[in-house]
Structure formats: structure tokens, C-alpha cells
Design a protein around this ligand. Structure first.
Ligand code: BGC
Length: 408
């Protein structure tokens, strides 16, 4: 059976500046790499210089949209000083995308902080929302003639939990009890020593509060400089489910509340749409043995349906801003993508408004504290030679993109 998507549904893939561009040395992550706390990123995919070639490949693979992020540290290298050369680069990137009919989606901030901002306390500081909003308004003011879709931030809950509870990402604060509940793999080998007491937990909640304020303030000031653009937040949704056990059902409710609902309740009024990043399904009380991806995550593409359902109550159009898997030998990617896309189709059929689908990722890239080994790309990258090779699964996705449909 052929399952066709609505007219105008867009298809593509996503990347993020620090993970692909290369040559970004003035961030908290670059500093952490110099201290030996996370792997070096170096020139990564050198996408900063290869973007034309990469977008040509995306176009040849049937994509009609592309999500990428701009690097805050390039644009505002010192507090309050904006670099016109950085803006010019991203204007060229946007022009290239548009010339290939790839609709651009910009994420204004994807995890890495300019070193000046990190050193003054980052999102722990009470004035962080204003500083963030000023940066966002500047960028949108400079780019909105070339781009209509802006996300303020990527995955606030992942940023805060890895940085303040698990201690795997800058600023490496770790809360003792986190190990017991941790289900994801973000780079265990680099974990900081746990701190005594509740301090990291309290800071974690403070950072999340400031992130919500930062999004809301950014929305407000963006609408002053460019009222017509669409502004979203990109939310990582973990689907916490439960077996029959009522105690597990309560656990799942609490986990979903703290991971997804709380942040969305604070920010949805300042969203024109919401981006979904989906990677995890987990069930309390689950006795099944799951097939795993290379990240050791459950192979559960169909549960993107539940993630979309979880965002539906906020009453905004949704788009899949990221979803995908690490699969170095490409043996499972085509099956995963097909199942994921079918589940998105089912969600639309059941009345959920989903406008597009962007696979993570276009290219193999720097997978944060795990370095370069995890291969998420539709396109393989040889990090020594910078040679790109399209993986077979990319052609399965191409068929879906070009026909705007998936065939059962
Ligand atoms: C992030 C990406 C990351 C991907 C795979 C998402 O949480 O936005 O930066 O590479 O997941 O782990």
C-alpha cells in the first residue's frame, strides 16, 4: 500500500555547526577538548568549506529542506561584538541552499557556548536569557530575508542533564543519584566526579528555568525585528512508557513530565511551531530484549508516533527536526527510516499536524563526548581525506522524498 504525505510536506536532513563545520576554537567544548575532557573536534567534516558539495549531494538525494545551526561563538566572539564576516558566511550558505531549492531551517543555538558566555556562568546566570535573546534578534535581523524558519535552541533538557546531572558535557557538574536513572549514552568515559549534596540538581533546575526564559525572551525580540518568521523550539522527546504495573505507570508519568511536559508548558505559547527530535523509547518494567543501534539505544523507530502525540496537546504545527540512528555498516538504516516515516504518516492520518521530516544526520559527524566513531550519516565521511560517500540507505530515503510517499 502506498502512503502519501500531504502536499508541501518537506523532506531533508539536519546537521549542527560544531559537529560538522570544523575550526571552531572559541567555545566551551573546544576548551574542554584542550583540557582532555572530551574528544577533539578539529576540522570535523570541514563543512565550513565543503557546504556546496554537501548541499549538492542533499539535492541529488531528493531533499527539499535542510536544517542546520549557526555558531554563536563565530557570530558573537566577544560579548556584545558581532562579526559581520560570520554573518556573510551564513548568508552564502543560505543562498546556496535556496539555489538548490532546499528550504532552510536555522537553529540559532545547538549546544556549544561562546567561551566568554560560558566563563561568565552560561545559563546559570540570571541575565543569560537577555544575552541569548539579544544574539538571536541580531542573527534573525541579518538573515530573515533569506530564511523563514528559526529555532531558538536545540534540546534544552539534553543540554542541562548532560552538563549538570551526568557530568559528561561542559560544565561537567554531576549529581550523585543520576547514575541510577540514566538510560542514555552520552560519553560515560568522560564523566566528572560526582558532587556531594543537592547543588548540581538545584543548578540543573535553574538552568532549565533560564533556558525556558531565554526561549520566550528570544521569541519576543525576534518578533520585533522580523514579525513574519516562524519561531520554534527543538524539543528532544523521550517516550517513557510502562508495562501493566501501576507503579511503573506513575514512574513513566513523572519522567515524561520532567523530561518533556514541564519545559513545553513553559514555552509553547512562544512557539509558532515545535521541532521534535526523537531517538528513545523506553518502558519501565519491560522484559523484552530489544535490538540495539550502535549507540546501544533501543531500535524503536515506530514510537516516534508516541513522541508526536506527546507534543500534540500544545496545539502547534510540528516538524521532525531530527530522528535517526548510528549504524556504521548501514545494515539497519533503511529499515529504520522506513518504519519511522510510516509512523509519521500514521500520526498525520490520526490528525496530528506534521509539516516535514529531517533525518539526523546528513553527514557522519562529531558525536559530542563520543567523538567520531558513531556514524549517523546518510553520507559517510572519511575524516582523513574528507571524501563523502553516499550510503545505500540514502537512496531508500531518496525514493520516499521524491515520491512524497512510502510504500508498504
Ligand atoms: C542532538 C545531536 C546529536 C544526536 C545524536 C541529538 O540529541 O541534537 O547533536 O548528534 O542527537 O546523539
Amino acid at each position: 500500500m502506498k502512503q502519501t504525505f500531504p502536499d508541501g510536506f518537506y523532506w531533508g536532513a539536519a546537521t549542527a555547526s560544531y559537529q560538522v563545520e570544523g575550526g571552531i576554537e572559541n567555545t566551551d567544548w573546544a576548551e574542554a577538548a584542550r583540557e582532555g575532557r572530551v574528544p577533539e573536534c578539529g576540522i570535523a567534516c570541514d563543512h565550513y568549506h565543503h557546504y556546496q558539495e554537501d548541499f549538492a549531494l542533499a539535492e541529488s538525494l531528493g531533499h527539499t529542506a535542510h536544517r542546520f545551526s549557526v555558531e554563536w561563538a563565530r557570530i558573537e566572539p566577544r560579548e556584545g561584538e558581532f562579526d559581520p564576516a560570520a554573518i556573510e558566511h551564513y548568508r552564502q550558505v543560505l543562498t546556496e541552499l535556496r539555489s538548490r531549492n532546499l528550504r532552510p531551517f536555522i537553529t540559532l543555538w545547538h549546544f556549544t557556548l561562546p567561551d566568554w558566555f560560558a566563563k561568565r556562568g552560561g545559563f546559570e546566570c540570571t541575565d543569560a536569557p537577555q544575552l541569548f535573546a539579544r544574539y538571536c534578534a541580531y542573527v534573525v535581523g541579518e538573515l530573515h530575508d533569506l530564511c523563514e524558519e528559526f529555532s531558538t535552541m536545540n534540546e534544552p533538557n539534553v543540554f542541562a542533564s548532560n552538563g549538570w546531572l551526568r557530568g559528561t558535557w561542559p560544565p561537567f557538574k554531576r549529581f550523585t543519584l543520576t547514575d541510577r536513572v540514566s538510560i542514555t549514552n552520552s560519553g560515560r568515559q568522560y564523566e566528572a566526579a560526582p558532587e556531594r549534596g543537592l547543588r548540581p540538581l538545584l543548578l540543573y533546575f535553574r538552568v532549565l528555568r533560564h533556558l525556558a526564559q531565554a526561549h520566550n525572551e528570544a521569541y519576543r525580540v525576534i518578533k520585533v525585528v522580523a514579525p513574519a518568521v516562524s519561531v520554534s523550539v527543538v524539543k528532544h522527546v523521550i517516550v517513557f512508557d510502562a508495562n501493566w504495573n501501576p507503579f511503573n505507570k506513575i514512574k513513566a508519568w513523572i519522567a515524561n513530565y520532567y523530561w518533556t511536559k514541564k519545559f513545553m508548558q513553559r514555552t509553547y505559547r512562544s512557539c509558532d511551531s515545535i521541532g521534535l527530535n526523537y531517538y528513545f523509547y523506553t518502558q519501565f518494567g519491560d522484559k523484552r530484549t530489544w535490538k540495539k543501534t550502535d549507540m546501544d539505544w533501543n531500535f524503536a523507530p515506530g514510537h516516534i508516533y508516541d513522541a508526536l502525540r506527546m507534543l500534540q496537546p500544545y496545539g502547534k504545527p510540528l516538524f521532525v527536526s531530527e530522528a535517526g540512528l548510528a549504524d556504521a555498516d548501514d545494515s539497519d538504516r533503511a529499515e529504520y527510516i522506513t518504519a519511522q516515516v510510516k509512523a509519521v504518516h500514521q500520526a498525520i492520518a490520526d490528525g496530528i499536524e506534521v509539516q516535514g521530516h529531517m533525518y539526523w544526520s546528513l553527514l557522519d559527524n562529531y558525536e559530542w563526548a563520543l567523538g567520531f566513531d558513531k556514524r549517523f550519516g546518510l553520507i559517510a565521511v572519511d575524516f582523513q581525506t574528507q571524501k563523502r560517500t553516499v550510503r545505500p540507505s540514502a537512496y531508500v530515503y531518496k525514493k520516499i522524498c521524491e515520491s512524497n510517499a512510502v510504500v508498504e
